[in-house]
Design a protein around this ligand. Sequence first.
Ligand SMILES: Nc1ncnc2c1ncn2[C@@H]1O[C@H](COP(=O)(O)OP(=O)(O)OP(=O)(O)O)[C@@H](O)[C@H]1O
Ligand SMILES: [Mg+2]
Length: 327
Amino acid sequence: MARYTITDKSQIDPDEDAAPAYGTRHKEQKRRKATAREGVAKHSFESNPDVQRWLSEARDDEGAKAPFAPEALVGRRDGEWVLSSLTAFYEQDMIADVLREVKSGKEATVFCCSGGPACAHDLLAAKVYRPRMFRSLSNDAQYREGRTVRNESGKQVKLTGKGVPSRSSAKGRAFQVESWIGYEYAAQELAFGLGVSTPRPYSQVGNSLLMEYIGDEEMVAPRLCEIDVDRGEAQGLLDGLLESIELLLGGHRIHGDLSSYNILAWQGRPYIIDFAQAVDPRHGDGARELLTRDVVRVAQALAPFGARVDARAAADRMWWGYLGQPV
Ligand SMILES: Nc1ncnc2c1ncn2[C@@H]1O[C@H](COP(=O)(O)OP(=O)(O)OP(=O)(O)O)[C@@H](O)[C@H]1O
Ligand SMILES: [Mg+2]
């Protein structure tokens, strides 16, 4: 259980009352996961013994998995979109089921899933980008100010030429959005590998990212903007975040959108999320300003709880240390 006090109840889903208690549901998921490992069908709509036997036989015959049909998606307007977005993770044994929606953000919805046999974690967070991201061909700025298509090493990719679909076509738009999402995933993967405090990323397929879930069966980790931090812990959180920013910079990335909204706090540890705006300081202008903004915002978030740092001086020190490295 977190040691923080949640001050904002905005994360509580008003529809939750209607759904089975999360803890109860998760126990059920654990049971299903165990059953799944024994090769028996597991989804709730398959509770009929005849259906279970048939599915079990079919699976034995063909080595196929039971169809993916999470109860939590039934009745959702975007149910089909989410289902198709997450099926690949299920097929790859990374998730066993979708437990509930965690939060709907500007561009994506995050779901809490139970982990499948291929994952080391019992709970996973799946971030599913919405269809409108793919549909809107006209006004990019509305969704991603200044975002460009980049390859995995952060270099801008020209959206013209052989083999690249036209940007004004639906295919071109899908290509562009998937490239952003791939870049977001690659940045988080890089960050995790460098030792940055961030949820462990597992996979990205199309419009969806899969990562370690921060929280437990009862609650999702609160964002830093939602809590009162113990005065005794604030400095440790700030120091940990500054260290993470510097580690990331050493890997040629700046988060670019770091604030108390993109930091989860759990059991005394901060977790940086949402690498969608990450930039490579080797490509493009304004990197130093972005770095300074990230450091200042993190310092501002923890200042009310007694954590102290000269943020601009810390950002300068990081920047010059970075430039001193071979680039
Ligand atoms: N790994 C995770 N574990 C637990 N909760 C998570 C995780 N990743 C994201 N969340 C929750 O989902 C929310 C949205 O995630 P994220 O910031 O990546 O998406 P977003 O679309 O940019 O949202 P926003 O518009 O709110 O910034 C987070 O604020 C957090 O509450
Ligand atoms: Mg965010």
